[in-house]
Write a protein that binds this ligand. Structure first.
Ligand SMILES: [Zn+2]
Length: 200
């Protein structure tokens, strides 16, 4: 009898451990901010795929605007989704060599896939933007998937992502209204579209 109870007890303990570590609507986990989500998604993607600095440079391209100041070609000034992506790319560009690695290792993967590199270095601004959008979409999607979110948590992220994209679109319209922008010539933000699509 005792042996039977012990045998029965074991799965009960395992089930209760599983339940206590799983989030539910009544017991939500603390959520990572959308800023941190986008920042870490992009930084992780760059490291895991081992993006080469020359590929990062084209994403971070800047040009002189009408007023003489420089602006980013692929990011919308002040956009709440562009800023964390821009920060991640800038931090990655400044990355240090791994201090305890043999050789000069400073990343993990062997570089971005050829079709991505071709897209980033295309002469067509819209091809470059859509390639950046594909990267952001994939990286944010991967991070969201890795969190194993509940439906409610996923929906919460999606609401904020949509809200931020709306703000970004407002920033883009403002910048285009003043004419003082070097944004690559479309009425949509690639970073925002990538991040929002990733959550769907
Ligand atoms: Zn944006």
């Amino acid at each position: 009898m005792r042996a039977t109870l012990l045998a029965l007890g074991l799965p009960i303990v395992l089930v209760s451990i599983t339940l206590s570590t799983q989030a539910d609507d009544k017991n939500p986990r603390p959520m990572e901010s959308v800023d941190a989500l986008v920042f870490f998604a992009v930084l992780e993607g760059l490291y895991v795929e081992g993006a080469a600095s020359k590929d990062v440079e084209v994403i971070l391209e800047r040009r002189k605007m009408a007023g003489g100041l420089e602006g980013f070609v692929n990011f919308v000034y002040g956009c709440p989704l562009c800023i964390p992506a821009l920060n991640a790319l800038t931090v990655y560009r400044q990355r240090a060599k791994f201090p305890n690695a043999k050789g000069a290792t400073d990343t993990f993967g062997r570089g971005l896939a050829k079709d991505i590199r071709d897209g980033l270095h295309s002469a067509e601004p819209l091809v470059r933007l859509s390639t950046i959008q594909r990267l952001v979409d994939r990286w944010v999607h991967q991070r969201l998937e890795s969190k194993r979110l509940t439906e409610a948590e996923r929906a919460k992220y999606q609401v904020t992502l949509e809200e931020y994209r709306k703000k970004g679109a407002g920033m883009l319209a403002n910048a285009e209204g003043t004419g003082n922008t070097v944004f690559a010539g479309t009425d949509r933000c690639a970073i925002c579209d990538g991040a929002v699509d990733a959550g769907r």
